[in-house]
Design a protein around this ligand. Structure first.
Ligand SMILES: CC[C@@H](C(=O)O)C(=O)SCCNC(=O)CCNC(=O)[C@H](O)C(C)(C)COP(=O)(O)OP(=O)(O)OC[C@H]1O[C@@H](n2cnc3c(N)ncnc32)[C@H](O)[C@@H]1OP(=O)(O)O
Ligand code: CO
Length: 132
C-alpha cells in the first residue's frame, strides 16, 4: 500500500489551481470530470504521491455537502493497492465498513472504493487500483 493521493475539497478549481500551482511550483498535469461522483478533479504530482483537488459539479455532490458542513480542506486519503478485491476482503474481515464494496471507475485511470469515515477514525479512506 502507498499513499496514492490526498483529496482536497475546494469551492473553485480555478482559484485553487492558481494557489496550488504557486505552492507546488508546477502546473496541474490533468483535469478530469467524474460525473458519477459529481466532481471535477485537478491533479498534481508531488514525489511519489499526488494532490487531487475536487470541485463539486452538482448540488448533490459529496463535495458540496462536505464544504457546507466543514468548509474547504482535506477530504480523503487514497491508498494505492495492487489488488483492490483482496484488500476489500482483508479489510472487511478486519471489521472495516465500506460505503460500497463494488469498485467503480475513478479519475486518473483508477478503479476506486471508499471506506466509511465512521470506521476509520473520522477519515474518509479511498482504495484505488490502476486500471488494467
Ligand atoms: C474522482 C473520483 C475519486 C477518485 O478517483 O479519486 C474521488 O476521489 S471522488 C471523491 C468524492 N466522492 C466521495 O466522497 C464518495 C464517498 N463519500 C460518500 O459516499 C459520502 O460523502 C459519505 C462519506 C458516505 C458521507 O455522505 P452522507 O452520509 O450523505 O453525508 P453526511 O454529511 O450526512 O455525513 C455523514 C457523516 O460523515 C461525515 N463525513 C462526511 N464526509 C466526510 C469526509 N470526507 N471526511 C470525514 N468525515 C466525513 C460527516 O461529517 C457526518 O458525520 P457526523 O456529522 O458525525 O454524523
Ligand atoms: Co480521490
Amino acid at each position: 500500500m502507498k499513499i496514492e493521493h490526498l483529496g482536497i475539497a475546494v469551492k473553485s478549481l480555478g482559484l485553487s489551481d492558481d494557489l496550488f500551482s504557486k505552492l507546488l511550483g508546477k502546473d496541474s498535469y490533468k483535469q478530469e470530470s467524474v460525473e458519477r461522483e459529481g466532481v471535477v478533479t485537478s491533479f498534481y504530482q508531488v514525489g511519489d504521491s499526488k494532490i487531487e483537488l475536487l470541485e463539486a459539479s452538482k448540488e448533490e455532490s459529496p463535495i458540496s455537502k462536505f464544504i457546507e458542513k466543514k468548509g474547504e480542506g482535506i477530504h480523503h486519503i487514497a491508498f494505492g493497492v495492487d489488488d483492490i478485491h483482496s484488500e476489500i476482503e482483508r479489510l472487511k474481515k478486519a471489521g472495516f465498513q465500506f460505503i460500497s464494496e463494488e469498485p467503480k471507475d475513478g479519475a486518473d485511470n483508477k478503479i476506486v472504493v471508499f471506506l466509511h469515515p465512521k470506521s476509520t477514525n473520522g477519515v474518509l479512506v479511498e482504495l484505488c487500483q490502476e486500471k488494467a
